[in-house]
Design a binder for this molecule. Sequence first.
Ligand code: GLC
Ligand code: CA
Length: 543
Amino acid sequence: MKTKWWQKSVIYQIYPRSFQDSNGDGVGDLQGIISRLDYLQELGIGAIWLSPVYKSPMDDNGYDISDYCDIAPEFGTVADMEEMIAEAKKRDIRIVMDLVVNHSSDEHAWFVEARKSKDNPYRDYYIWRDEPNNLISGFTGNWPGSAWTKDESSGQYYLHLFSKKQPDLNWDNPKVHKEVHDLMNFWLDKGVGGFRMDVIDMIGKVIDDELITNGPKLHDYLQEMNAATFGEKARPGFEALTVGETWSATPEIAELYSSPERNELSMVFQFEHIVAMWKEGQKYKGNQLNVPKLKEVFAKWQQLEKGWNSLFWNNHDLPRVVSAFGNDNKYRVQSAKALAILLHLLKGTPYIYEGEELGMTNFPFTDMSQFNDIEARTAAEDLRKAGVAEAEIVPMIRQVSRDNARTPMQWDSSDNAGFTTGKPWLAVNPNYKEINAAVNLQENDSVFHTYQKLIQLRKENDWVVLGDFELLNSAPNVFAYLRKFENKQYLITVNLSDDEQEFKSDFEFGKLLIHNYETENFAETSGSTFKMQPWEAFAVELL
Ligand code: GLC
Ligand code: CA
């Protein structure tokens, strides 16, 4: 198979609300993004995954869409979007839109019509029952809350697997498929490079069996979508980047989505390495890096043969990686770089979430009033109802809240970190004077420059893209692996702890490719046992 552009590229996720404000209203926007494209070009990324910018009442910050062919006024206009696509293209950057079609907003015209009466032509775009079943919903404030809300005028219940302002679309209705294909083609015709597909594993659900993910028709729907919109059949030679959000995927399932001959998606986001770090398997217990487990999970996923992996630590739903898995205090810079080196030299397409390349950290939340996210607010309500003491709630939510990722991008040390001249919609992290893009760009050994170098390594070396992966035996907190390509071997070794670790190897080291510590006499570590500093990480060619 010919290598695709998205196998050699790194993708950068922008949360538009938080990236750059251009007009002082405190909310990031498309013109703000345009003004920062040079920065992204300097980083070296090949595409932007843009979280939703469509028209939306913003119940879930844009993951509740009321018009798929329009832009939310706070973000700009369709003309701004066109300008952004064109400006990005000049810099060899593609725009990947977020496709949220498991559900719409309850303010979408389809739902406004649908709820008018049982025989409205749009009624069947959504899912109605006379009696609710046991399906539960996220974001209800009443966990485990019912996924059904009664529509008073007809007396029937509609399904919403997320908030009640996010009614689920009825994928049993072929008209819904046609609408979705049309809206995808609307944006593809404007030059969009692909889609990130929100909770796409849910669109094949079988309501009456209470089966939500991996329903029997899911893959048929994706093949049909591929043929009608972004795939080879609809747009020969186009090479769309499509990535599905699939919390439920196993490696076998990921191959169904991403084997090229099945004509579905380029790849999926799997979350096993994220969930495996939740204490006692529960999100609100917080994160704890468990390196042996991490090695096991990654090694398993690296064996994907027919499909293709995505690689990520962060997105808009997750706490900052340097706080969750690294050490955001004493070893902030070293651990941010170590985590980057570990991830970016694996096989797959890496994703960077805005600010990750600066080593941005979680926010020091002290009070519930500082949270914006519907999930955080409803989780607090749920915990209260479950009898958790008030004083324990903020500490629980603080470490995992999605708002950690959503605080404004830290550009420089001016007011509001250069994000806005107005009042930011969500507070800027107080550490912005030390942690920001300007400082990172100035310092040669910054986190930014490590990411930049990793992106460059991938562009210039086929082994990074195509080499086989082999996990090496090492101390529990050392993650060491080989990549093998055309009779050559490359060693990547990362100390994922605050302590010195021993690394024992018989390898003869060749050229040093990347290292997160200043090192003299690196070659002396060849063929021996040596000490690795806390969070030390390097990649080296082997002789
Ligand atoms: C996905 C999104 C998340 C959103 C949810 C509902 O998980 O990543 O932000 O809240 O879907 O659309
Ligand atoms: Ca704005």
